[in-house]
Design a binder for this molecule. Structure first.
Ligand code: AMP
Length: 483
């Protein structure tokens, strides 16, 4: 790990004036640990491998010094070319990264573009026709743009791979290799991943030159502020229980998770019958619909959003007071990612999980093992059903390990301070459409019981990354091109 003097103020970095002004407007005063470590290295033209999760401020950690370096040597981008290429696994994350670049670069007339699946390519082709400074993209669409001669990669000076482990999990490895093979060898590469298993480390080794390594302690404080409730209910009573809950709990914003798309629609219909308006996002909905619903959820127009894990990936909304697991996920890490959607930005949060039947009870036990907390259960089952499943009192708690989340992270988790990214409706997004690349492709995959077991190997690691965004709840075949 690189030893760097930790800088405690943004002024210490000597960032160019237009960037400093934007930071003031964003109310960024103190750099987060990943920013303190990464910014000086990037300014010094080093390649960087960073282990950091979403929520640690890593976007600014790479965006700010890159913007500074662009300003140091401002040149007009070549037509159909970009100076900075950022690859990220999802459309949502890509959009957020672009918004961050635009927010930090607002006083420097930054030119930027987004290339994501799910929208017609024509507009994206036009947006890079004159060349842009910053291009944020998902790998599949970027390759399409390149292959259709809409974009050339020979002028890229900075490459950022964000959430590299997720990109590999999502099967983007071949796309990434193809993209990298088209980039100039002389470039600066920044590589971020929440985890660093061997295949990710190998990929980094192949792509980076003498990289500096940085890592930040995970944002583990989230779980401290989340009240976790387990409610045992009959299967058939889940919908009614949810409606009751939403009526009686002091809900600001509730995110309800279901395992399937069909399940999400059913929940919305059930809530509608109970007079509660809600909307669903999942892979069958168009990008247009997803964006509209998300905007309504963000603005408070919709109080209850029902989502599948895949669709919820990359949702970055503050003020979610309740996460409800209508179905318990069968990969325990998914539970941790789901509940991490609440208690953001320093707020408290409530996570309520409805557990019905022996299968979900076994998922619950795996979750407890992972988080090393025995969660107390409320039993709302009808008496006849109780014998069917081991009662809470008979349940042997998880390993007697201590609660792991007792330490509140004071490592400057940015979510607790800074404003959220500016959302620019429309922005560079093209008109929405069904996504060919990053859309439905993972949605129908229901994890098999073997993936369940597979999750355990990473279990303890999952504990360490409580703030990480949701990952697909499967271990997809990494060789499969997700088209
Ligand atoms: P990220 O991990 O990049 O997704 O950032 C998480 C959130 O923290 C975003 O809403 C940022 O706007 C915010 N943020 C990043 N760095 C800082 C900082 N130094 N001070 C305050 N907020 C920040």
């Amino acid at each position: 790990m690189e030893r760097t003097r930790l800088l405690t103020s943004f002024q210490d970095f000597g960032l160019a004036d237009p960037i400093s002004r934007a930071l003031k407007e964003e109310n960024y005063v103190t750099p987060t640990p990943i920013q303190s470590q990464t910014i000086p290295l990037v300014l010094a033209a080093r390649d960087v491998v960073g282990i950091a999760q979403t929520g640690t401020g890593k976007t600014a950690a790479f965006a700010l010094p890159i913007l500074h370096r662009i300003l140091e040597h401002r040149i007009k981008p070549q037509p159909k070319a970009c100076r900075v290429l950022v690859l990220s696994p999802t459309r949502e994350l890509s959009g957020q990264i672009l918004e961050s670049f635009n927010a930090y670069g607002r006083h420097m007339r930054l030119t930027s573009a987004l290339a994501i699946g799910g929208v017609p390519m024509g507009r994206q082709v036009r947006s890079v026709m004159q060349g842009v400074e910053v291009m944020v993209a998902t790998p599949g669409r970027l390759l399409d743009l390149v292959q259709s001669n809409g974009l050339k990669l020979g002028n890229v000076e900075f490459l950022v791979l964000d959430e590299a482990d997720r990109m590999l999990d999502m099967g983007f490895i071949n796309d990434i290799r193809k993209i990298v093979s088209k980039l100039p060898v002389r470039r600066q590469t920044l590589f971020f991943s929440a985890t660093m298993p061997k295949d990710i480390a190998d990929l980094a080794d192949q792509m980076l030159r003498d990289p500096a390594r940085v890592a930040v302690t995970p944002v583990a404080s989230t779980a401290d502020r989340i009240t976790q409730r387990i409610v045992q209910v009959d299967h058939s009573a889940k919908a009614a229980f949810l409606a009751q809950l939403l009526q009686h709990e002091p809900v600001d914003r509730a995110l309800v998770f279901t395992r399937t798309k069909h399940g999400a629609d059913k929940v919305v219909k059930g809530l509608a019958r109970a007079g509660i308006s809600a909307d669903a996002i999942h892979g069958n909905k168009s990008q247009n619909h997803r964006e509209r619903v998300l905007a309504a959820f963000r603005s408070g127009q919709i109080r209850t959003l029902v989502a599948t894990d895949i669709a919820a990936r990359g949702i970055d909304v503050d003020g979610i007071s309740h996460v409800v697991n209508f179905d318990l996920p069968n990969v325990p890490e998914t539970y941790v990612h789901r509940i991490g959607r609440t208690a953001r930005a320093g707020a408290d949060g409530i996570a309520i999980s409805l557990v019905a039947g022996g299968e979900e009870m076994s998922y619950l036990r795996d979750i407890e093992k992972l988080i090393r907390i025995a969660l107390s259960r409320e039993d709302r089952r009808t008496p006849g059903q109780r014998e069917a499943v081991p009662a809470a009192s008979q349940h042997r708690g998880p390993r007697s390990a201590p609660r792991v989340h007792g330490t509140r992270a004071n490592d400057g988790a940015p979510g607790s301070k800074g404003p959220r990214r500016r959302r620019r409706p429309g922005g560079n997004n093209g008109a929405p459409q069904t996504n060919r690349h990053e859309g439905n492709r993972h949605e129908p995959m229901r994890p098999s019981s073997s993936s369940h077991g597979g999750g355990k190997a990473e279990g303890m690691q999952g504990v360490a990354f409580l703030h990480r965004e949701s990952r697909p709840n499967t271990r997809p075949n990494r060789t499969q091109r997700p088209r």
